[in-house]
Ligand binder design. Structure first.
Ligand SMILES: [Zn+2]
Length: 286
């Protein structure tokens, strides 16, 4: 009886000893994990430090030195928002939108009255440079855009595509009604009189070379550049010019953007400025 009891005691003691060891091992492991986490955190803090001090550097006398502010992305005034209005497959024109229009050439093409003068000035400057640019499309009514789109669907079907696919493919060639810039009256398709073809070869003409180089001076941008199809959702169109106003046209030209990217940058800038204005001041943080 006695010996059995002591053996039991021994077993219990062994068990307790094992549990103790387990606790010690677990404790060491937890300690190691905490140390590693703390180390990692310190490392990231150090990595982030240079960025945090870019906008404001503390001078030798302990006061914050203002660095020159980043150049601001031009934002048009409230009354000029029509100039930069984004119209694409996800940003539709409201139903029935019709701007005030004026006829801009002998063929009877119409343009938004507020931008027509700049369009005429650009065309005249190109002619003065010895070129023969020709507007082959400008303002389009809703009815006209509907007709063009339907025709394109049929054209795609004739290549052997089933209706659904032809419909989707047509959207990449002709803007879906309500998504065409031509409906704003702010876009013009301009070709060389000597080469009235709407394909990539248009970019080789002296007229396009001139327009691509100078259009921004008149408030226009080449709306669907070669390397931006992924963003615009529209094929390269070296003939489609869009009025956005002088300041924004220059910014887009100088930074090699498309209109979607301009709006994206502007939205980011607005968000950043809003966040900065509500952020606590430097001295309150530390
Ligand atoms: Zn066009």
């Amino acid at each position: 009886m006695e010996s059995r009891k002591s053996r039991l005691d021994l077993q219990i003691e062994e068990k307790k000893e094992k549990q103790k060891k387990m606790f010690v091992i677990a404790g060491v492991l937890i300690g190691l994990i905490i140390c590693a986490a703390a180390f990692g955190y310190m490392a990231t803090q150090q990595n982030e430090k240079p960025d945090n001090t870019v906008s404001q550097q503390t001078g030798a006398n302990g006061t914050a030195e203002e660095l020159p502010p980043e150049p601001l992305i031009p934002e048009v005034a409230e009354e000029n928002l029509w100039m930069t209005r984004l119209v694409n497959s996800t940003s539709l024109l409201e139903d029935g939108y019709v701007p005030e229009l004026v006829v801009v050439n002998s063929a009877g093409y119409k343009f938004d009255a507020r931008a027509a003068e700049d369009l005429n000035a650009m065309m005249q400057a190109a002619r003065d440079a010895g070129l023969s640019p020709m507007i082959c499309s400008a303002y389009r009514s809703w009815e006209r855009q509907n007709t063009l789109f339907d025709k394109q669907v049929v054209k795609q079907q004739n290549t052997g595509l089933p209706y659904e696919e032809a419909y989707e493919k047509a959207k990449t060639v002709v803007a879906f009604p309500g998504t065409s810039e031509h409906q704003t009256g702010l876009a013009a398709d301009i070709v060389a009189s000597s080469h009235q073809v709407l394909d990539d070869s248009q970019e080789q003409t002296a007229e396009q070379q001139w327009l691509m180089e100078h259009c921004w001076e008149y408030g226009f941008v080449l709306r669907y550049p070669k390397d931006k199809s992924e963003i615009t959702g529209i094929i390269y169109e070296p003939w489609h010019y869009r009025y956005v106003g002088h300041e924004v046209a220059q910014y887009i030209h100088e930074n090699g953007l498309c209109l979607e990217e301009y709006h994206q940058q502007l939205a980011e800038q607005k968000a950043r400025l809003a966040a900065e204005s509500t952020e606590p001041k430097q001295y309150e943080q530390g």
